[in-house]
Design a protein. Sequence first.
Length: 201
Amino acid sequence: MYYFTQNGSLSYAALKPFATTTNNTSPNYSYVNYLDGTDNVSAVNIIRQIGVNTMKQLILPNLTYINSQLSCENYTNLEKADLSNVESGKFGRTFKGCTALTEINLSKLSDLTTSRAMGGTASQGGTFTNCTSLTTLSFPALKSTSFGSYTNQFDMLLKGVTGCTVHFPSNLQSVIGSWSSVTSGFGGTNTTVLFDLPATT
């Protein structure tokens, strides 16, 4: 197991010594279980450049902001994603097709003021499209001011997902409870939406 720690920005340069050539159709990055660092400019490069389809855990304990997405699409072995210090950003289709994903920590996410921050189009889907093992999502830090003027942040968030329960703070029911993405279960099937978490301010 390797821990990659760098003050400031974690980038491809920090990981390059451990990477194989892009021409390798079956790269083995099973040793990359933890990525410890902050990338405030292009988080997408952390994952895209190392191509760790064997990775089971994605842990970025110091990452606070995501610009665009982390590009984990179709990482079918990824089971856990710890983004526990991410406070804001635009996720895009970060985990689309991660069929083994069962746990995602977004405990500090409080700013989704960008259009479609976690959602997407009907044809492409949103952040957790086809995450067929995902049964629960929690957004404990979201508050009434977390969304700006947009109402489409969660469009198609759970496209292709069945039986997921999504938890929000109790005070958000009057804010987002009538959004079409919420009432339609975020594009998923048999989605349960609960406003059962402690109220935020």
